[in-house]
Design a protein around this ligand. Structure first.
Ligand code: SF4
Ligand code: SF4
Length: 522
């Protein structure tokens, strides 16, 4: 830090030179030296040194004020819908017939299956997850291109749970002013009781959040019974504990800090947005120069202009992240629209037009400032591209789902040795054959190998058909691996590599699945 006053004398050449080189503020010192007089410079005369700025600003506790209006109602509706889905979806049943769980959404790790209503995903179909992630990313980009941080403001779990925790806090501790005043009082019975009640409620919500999460990994009613009777698997209690802690910490204590410091999306979003995207903004052209009603009246008396903003700070008081939107775009603004509701209420009270704070585009803000026409352009190259990617990936996934087979066949050739020459001169190749039966009933398949005339096909541990072909039986919703040996007594070309086709044929003569491999010779 600089000393509070700095004395610089004329004619101290070397000392002054060292000072110029060593101190980043040497320009001011030089100016003082050049004046050839002895000058006293106060610390406030120096520009602030960025190196002296603290790297971390201590958090100021935020007391968001209650607000009502269009965006608040929209947020209530989305909060009820999203939390309702999260907490109650595990209890929704879906009849898949015998030999299958009847929970609509289930991640069944022991059986290695993911169930989503009528869809059942096997581990080898994990590419559906890739498709879902692409669609999710594109949907986020599309939302951003149309209306900024819609996800952050209305749908992100951090926003939804924080909103719920703030609501509980308000019920117990009172609205902003009451809560602020109480926090400035010394601890007493009332303050301690309210704080204890609030943390108890937060912990209950957090515990139920963790509890609901584990219900997606087992039969929900059974798991609830087991959890209540302390007979559930230890891992379930572990995950409930972990999620209880994270929910309580993130939504109760950290809140806007997660959005400002931890989440990468605000940075990505800032890079993706453009001048056509709707964002919550303060209409400077209309609001400035801001002035209280009294000051505005005085200004008008003197023939001076005053903006519509009466500087009441209601937009700041209701903000869950403590942002003053009048200062322009801000990383901390999750674009929840609550400041729009607050300002609209103020405008209504003072008899001015609503939407001094509103969703608007950068282009329109500039147009207004220059007295031009405003317009909205939602259909543009960027939004079309995102929508097209969603449509294509979604279409491919839907087609793949609609045409997927109830059986799957995978062939893996033995790697070492690639072939074996028998004592009678015959050549033998070995394969691991994997058959998946996605039906709810046991099925028997005839295994056929074509491409090498006269070859013998043998399996181990399976029956034979009347024609002597291997018959492999696979249980319902199961996979089975068998070892298959293909032997030929034909004379092969040197380094022969002959394409083979493996197929499994159902009892009614339909080809269930086919797969290709090669027969390798010496
Ligand atoms: S500035 Fe307005 S839109 Fe942004 S987070 Fe605060 S209340 Fe929500
Ligand atoms: S609520 Fe509206 S009028 Fe009040 S300070 Fe905010 S922008 Fe200005």
């Amino acid at each position: 830090m600089c000393p509070s006053g700095l004395s610089v004398s004329a004619g101290v050449g070397p000392t002054a030179a060292v000072m110029r080189a060593a101190h980043p503020l040497s320009d001011l010192a030089a100016a003082a030296t050049d004046a050839a007089t002895t000058t006293t410079i106060a610390e406030s005369d120096f520009p602030s040194d960025p190196d002296d700025e603290p790297l971390y600003a201590a958090r100021k506790k935020i007391y968001p004020q209650r607000v009502s209006g269009t965006f608040r109602r929209l947020k209530w509706a989305l909060l009820v819908i999203t939390l309702g889905i999260y907490y109650f979806l595990p209890f929704v049943r879906w009849d898949r017939g015998p030999n299958a769980p009847n929970q609509a959404v289930l991640i069944d790790f022991p059986a290695r299956r993911f169930y989503f209503f009528f869809i059942e995903i096997w581990p080898q179909e994990v590419y559906y997850l890739t498709g879902l992630l692409i669609i999710a990313a594109m949907a986020l980009f599309l939302m951003n291109a149309v209306a900024g941080r819609l996800w952050c403001g209305y749908l992100c779990p951090q926003t939804v749970w924080t909103d719920l925790f703030i609501t509980v806090e308000r019920w117990i501790e009172g609205d902003r002013r009451e809560h602020l005043l109480r926090d400035q009082q010394p601890w007493g019975l009332d303050r301690a009781t309210r704080a204890a009640a609030k943390h108890f409620c937060w912990l209950m919500i957090a515990w139920w959040t963790g509890g609901a999460w584990v219900l997606y990994f087992g039969d929900a009613p059974t798991l609830v019974r087991e959890l209540a009777t302390l007979t559930a698997p230890p891992v379930a209690y572990g995950f409930i504990g972990l999620l209880t802690f994270t929910t309580y910490a993130l939504a109760g204590w950290m809140r806007e800090q997660v959005c400002v410091y931890m989440c990468p999306w605000p940075r990505i979003q800032a890079a993706l947005t453009d001048e056509y995207a709707l964002n919550v903004c303060y209409r400077h052209d209309r609001g400035e120069p801001r002035a209280s009603l009294k000051k505005a009246a005085a200004l008008h008396e003197h023939g001076q202009a005053a903006g519509d903003c009466i500087d009441c700070r209601q937009c700041v008081y209701v903000c869950p992240t403590g942002v003053d939107i009048r200062n322009g775009p801000n990383l901390g603004c999750i674009q929840c629209g609550l400041c729009i509701d607050a300002c609209d209420a103020v405008m209504a009270k003072v008899g001015r037009a609503p939407r001094l704070i509103a969703y608007d585009t950068d282009l329109n803000i500039r147009a207004r400032q220059h007295g031009g026409q405003t317009s909205y352009q939602f259909v543009r190259m960027r939004t079309l591209l995102y929508a097209a990617i969603i449509a294509v990936v979604g279409g491919v996934m839907a087609y793949a789902l609609a045409t997927r087979h109830a059986q799957a066949l995978t062939i893996i050739h033995d790697r070492n040795p690639l072939f074996v020459r028998l004592s009678d001169g015959a050549i033998r190749n070995g394969y691991a054959v994997h058959i998946a039966n996605k039906n709810r009933e046991t099925q028997s398949f005839v295994l056929k190998v074509t491409g090498l005339a006269g070859a013998d096909v043998e399996t181990f541990g399976s029956d034979k058909s009347a024609e002597g072909q291997p018959v492999i039986t696979v249980g319902p919703d199961q996979t089975r691996q068998v070892r298959v040996i293909v032997t030929t007594r034909q004379l092969l070309e040197p380094n022969a590599s002959i394409p083979l086709t493996f197929s499994i044929v159902t009892a009614n003569g339909q080809v269930g699945a086919t797969a290709g491999d090669r027969f390798v010779g010496p």
